[in-house]
Design a protein around this ligand. Sequence first.
Ligand SMILES: [Zn+2]
Length: 342
Amino acid sequence: MTVQRPKIVLHDHLDGGVRPETVIDLAAAAKVDLPTRDSSQLAAWFTITPGMPFEEAWQRFGVVIDVLQTAESLRRVAREAVEDLAADGVVYAELRFAPLSHLRGGLRPEQVIGAVAAGLEEGEAETGCIARMIVCGLRENEPEESLRAAHLAVASADSRVVGFDLAGNEFDFGADLHAEAFAIARQGGLGVTVHAGEMAGPESIASALNSALPRRVGHGLHLIDDCVVANGKIAELGPVAREIVQRQIMLEVCLTSNSCLGTPVASHPVRLFHDAGIAVSINPDDRAITTTTVAHEYSLWRNAHGFTNRDFRDINLRAVDAAFCEPDTKAKLRDLVAAGWG
Ligand SMILES: [Zn+2]
């Protein structure tokens, strides 16, 4: 058996990582129609492919959200997420989701948070992988909705919530629409991250930096469009990239997820970012919807971009610094990572 080295995961969607077998189980109980009841066929159907229209891609998440409308289902998938991450050596994970998308079965927002917190706690007790939660607002929803999510997140700090994120349709809805929600989250002591530069360009990242004042950015892939690249290196950082470096904002990189949306793994700028001093971390994004695992992401970084164990040690130590958990947990994680990567 290979020894699993200790890994930090900062960007993993609860609803994007549900085991296909679990979706099948839960769909039967929730009377939700699935395209197939065969778990390997369902796993294949889930996988987003380059060029897939938005509506079809969101349909995948829609099916999962449909089966996650009870406390039992949320608790189960939270526990299983921690089990699956721990099996790949993950020692600390921040799992994110939009709690207000889980109210259709009659749950109150605090009950949604409570159910996920209970599942994370069970998973943590079982595996030792420390699990925390990030509450997401959605760009396409009314700003009042993300504000409500931010207030919920702040009020749930005792229930494993450590951060606030904005996800959703980046093309049509600017992060600036949700500035008030970000302010509430920051004032409430939460860490702030925001999906930006995943689909849209540097202007979207700039808007996120200005309106969210985040400590991390989800993806940031298109930050490369703000840079001058020559001879396989970033020769010059543009203004947005310079700000990322100066403010020491970490990019939550998700190679497989970006490849599903059309950027082949080999063409991803992660190596250029890293070599230019931009902080990057290794993340799976949506394990089920993009068919990946944390271990697979590490193999891509190693094989496609030449990252070494030494790099992985440094990257994980920086990920501990950028994590949203409390300082004593960080101290423990730092020791684990330093010892585990040698
Ligand atoms: Zn994401």
